[in-house]
Design a protein around this ligand. Structure first.
Ligand code: PGA
Ligand code: ZN
Length: 426
């Protein structure tokens, strides 16, 4: 299984922006391809996504430099390597880059190649990716958290909060989780239509982005949509939010435009606690800013035993930051995005470390996505327990949901659905 060819090209993501696709071929003729996703509300501690910066092309967003790095610098290094040596290949990529945040070759260049190697190896072994990555351990279908209403960077800041999501905790299979969520989404659409929002386009992750007066209004709409679907809020379907607080944190204050208020960390924690009292809110992501460790400590003390507190910008799929959180008892869950760190091996190491310390793990898409379904297989193979893909709309999201449906179907009686297990503390 020797690598005979490594090449990259510029393709497009769901926002119509360029992104990198890598392709790895081995001597048996098998190959693997990966298209790298891209964030909009990126954390400052993420690995670097290399963009050309040439204003003449795609407003600077071209990825030709990253493509060149794959074709000219990475390819010659990897030719002849055994494609199954994922750990060794990823270490070679890390060494070749030589920086702590992949700033030299670009995390997009590295990740594309890293995952394309795994896919080529899986193809050669005639295994689905989740089987190849999971070594035939127990496969776990994840509980999805599904975007319903968007704000922040994904919806022109119509609300300060970035995502209002639902978690179909009452579902007993992945298929049922999808069915319940689709029902609620369609009820929500009708409610929004009645309020005159039918002409609004979809936000970046396929959710609705109505210009509501308050965050409370979004929660109330969700409650109504759940009830009108015949489900019990909290019992059948719970709420999650991604506050993405780094986006509105300046000078030590959280600037909530929608609420017309500025809050310090303690007041922000009170607001989140208040919402989790009033609503069946069982998961809060990035409730505070990416470097507000003190605020995060307060939040964890206040809500950590009852609410899932996810670090996204806080932890950036980074082992060092995760360790810092573990040592300081901060947060209790981690969002895992492969392109925040840049190789498959490092991603899996973070998942394993989090699980070993009883942190919940949520494999996540980015706001800029493609038809690539790697994260669906990754979530099943690593028994992550939860997945966050976006809304139930647009093909770059649906491709991943459909892949999970396919996997559940294929595993039939041997698959286990995560269900509400990850929320035992909530
Ligand atoms: P991003 O958003 O992909 O734009 O960073 C996703 C998230 O914040 O979870
Ligand atoms: Zn987030």
């Amino acid at each position: 299984m020797k690598i005979t060819k490594v090449e990259a090209r510029e393709v497009f993501d769901s926002r119509g922006r360029p992104t990198l696709e890598a392709e790895v071929t081995i001597d048996s003729g098998h190959n693997g391809r990966m298209i790298v996703p891209s964030g909009a509300s990126t954390g400052i501690h993420e690995a670097l996504e290399l963009r050309d910066g040439d204003r003449q092309r795609y407003n600077g967003l071209g990825v030709k430099k990253a493509v060149e790095n794959v074709n000219r610098k990475i390819a010659p290094e990897l030719l002849g390597c055994d494609v199954r040596d994922q750990g060794k290949i990823d270490q070679q990529l890390i060494n070749l880059d030589g920086t702590s945040n992949k700033a030299n070759l670009g995390a997009n260049a590295l990740l594309g190649v890293s995952v394309a190697c795994a896919k080529a190896a899986a193809a050669a072994e005639n295994l689905a990716l989740y089987r190849y990555l999971g070594n035939d351990k127990t496969f776990l279908l994840p509980m999805p958290m599904i975007n319903m209403i968007s704000g922040g960077m994904h919806a022109n800041r119509s609300l300060d909060l970035q995502d209002f999501l639902i978690i179909p905790v009452g579902a007993t299979s992945f298929q049922q989780a999808m069915e319940m969520s689709a029902t609620v989404r369609s009820q929500l659409r009708q409610l929004l239509d009645k309020q005159g929002f039918q002409h609004l386009g979809l936000a970046d992750e396929g959710g609705f982005g109505p210009p509501l007066d308050s965050h409370q209004a979004a929660f109330e709409l969700l409650l109504k949509a759940i009830e009108q679907s015949g489900f019990r809020p909290g019992e059948d379907i719970a709420f999650a939010i991604d506050v993405a607080a780094s986006q509105f944190y300046h000078d030590g204050q959280y600037h909530l435009q929608t609420e017309q208020r500025q809050l310090d960390a303690a007041a922000m924690v009170e607001l989140l606690a208040d919402w989790s009292e009033k609503y069946p809110l069982i998961s809060i992501e990035d409730g505070l800013a990416e470097d507000d460790w003190q605020g995060w400590k307060l939040l964890t003390e206040k809500l950590g035993t009852k609410v899932q507190l996810i670090g996204d910008d806080l932890l950036t799929t980074n082992l060092h930051r995760l360790r810092q959180a573990l040592e300081s008892d901060t947060a209790n869950a981690i969002l895992v995005k492969m392109n925040q760190i840049g190789t498959l091996t490092e991603t899996i190491a973070v998942l394993e470390m989090a699980k070993a310390h009883d942190y919940a793990t949520i494999v996540s898409a980015r706001s800029g996505e493609t038809e690539d379904t790697t994260i669906a297989d990754l979530a099943v193979a690593t028994a992550a327990g939860q997945i966050k893909i976006g809304s139930l709309a647009t093909s770059e999201r649906m491709a991943k949901y459909n892949q999970l449906l396919r996997i559940e179907n294929e595993l039939a009686h041997r698959s286990v659905f995560s269900g509400r297990k990850p929320f035992r503390r909530t």
